[in-house]
Ligand binder design. Structure first.
Ligand SMILES: Cc1cc2nc3c(=O)[nH]c(=O)nc-3n(C[C@H](O)[C@H](O)[C@H](O)COP(=O)(O)O)c2cc1C
Length: 289
């Protein structure tokens, strides 16, 4: 009996360690896939481990074909940063949709995406349009209004080439005209997310998701689109912490189940082996008598 208890304690410690590794691999690099012309390899950087000069625009939104990550979680997002050629010295104060964290400037949605990446270790993917949006906020606002009115489908420069390898897709965007930016429609019409769990997140001036969640479900009828997405108002982005995002993710029971499933399988396998050895040991003892 003592042996079995010790073995179970060991399995417990092992399972805990595996769970911790799986859930908190926050500094792991993540792949970003795009097909833009450069073809150069790029890596995302987490908020925590960047060592760049103050006020530089974060290169979480990078271009270039990259090697595949090994996660089954994709974090696809659209944001002004990455879709605008901002001058390197732009400051957060002059633009309503930029947030400064640890000396780096992020788009609001990009920042939330980076927290989700830190929390899950998933692969970040920027939904990037072929044509950049204007640096001037009002001009982007005007363009967004026209695109929404005309139901435009902006051409994308980035495409997920291995969508099959993802089971969970976090999908983030800013609210544009009480809707998703039209580029997100292009993304959703280009990729089949059937059989996947789609977890939306949004940043906005107060409009939240508007009707985006039902729009996503309409476009992806074979996917399970969770309704309890994460939303943050642009005036409060600065206050959103990794813990907030982690707490939200912890509340997503399906995701937890999935993230833990690998570890649980390992526990089963170890338990079978330990029971086997225990039984054999008992048996051997009996036989020796
Ligand atoms: C073209 C455009 C349209 C917008 N429309 C809305 C809107 O209808 N409702 C709202 O609450 N916020 C609206 N906003 C504000 C953005 O949703 C908000 O600033 C968001 O956090 C920007 O995210 P980003 O920095 O990732 O691009 C709009 C912003 C832009 C640029």
């Amino acid at each position: 009996m003592k042996t079995k208890i010790t073995a179970l304690i060991l399995v417990g410690i092992f399972a805990f360690a595996m769970t911790a590794c799986g859930r908190r691999d926050s500094n792991a690099d993540s792949a970003v896939r795009t097909d833009s012309q450069s073809g150069a390899e790029s890596r995302t950087e987490s908020v925590e481990n960047t060592e760049t000069e103050e006020n530089t625009v974060s290169d979480t939104a990078v271009s270039g074909q990259t090697e595949e990550g090994n996660s089954n979680i994709l974090i696809a997002y659209f944001s002004r940063v990455g879709n605008t050629d901002f001058p390197a010295d732009i400051d957060a104060v002059s633009s309503a949709s930029l947030v400064r964290k640890d000396g780096e400037l992020y788009g609001n949605t990009q920042y939330i995406a980076s927290l989700i990446q830190q929390s899950t270790g998933g692969d970040l993917f920027l939904i990037e349009t072929a044509e950049k949006y204007p640096v001037d906020y009002d001009e982007t606002d005007e363009q967004g209004m026209i695109e929404n009115r005309d139901r435009t489908r902006p051409e994308l420069a980035s495409h997920v080439e291995n969508m099959d390898s993802y089971d969970i897709v976090f999908l983030g965007f800013p609210n544009w005209y009480y809707d998703m930016p039209m580029a997100v429609y292009t993304f959703l019409e280009e990729h089949d997310l059937s059989g996947k769990t789609v977890i939306p997140f949004v940043t906005s001036g107060g409009g939240g998701f508007s009707d985006a969640i039902s729009e996503i479900q309409n476009l992806q009828q074979g996917a399970e689109v969770l309704s309890d997405g994460f939303k943050a108002s642009h005036s409060k982005i600065d206050d959103v912490t990794l813990e907030d995002v982690q707490e939200w993710i912890d509340g997503l029971s399906l995701l937890n189940k999935y993230l833990l499933s690998i570890d649980i399988h390992l526990i089963y396998v170890f338990d079978i082996f330990i029971n086997l050895f225990y039984t054999m040991g008992k048996g051997a003892g009996r036989w020796q008598k």
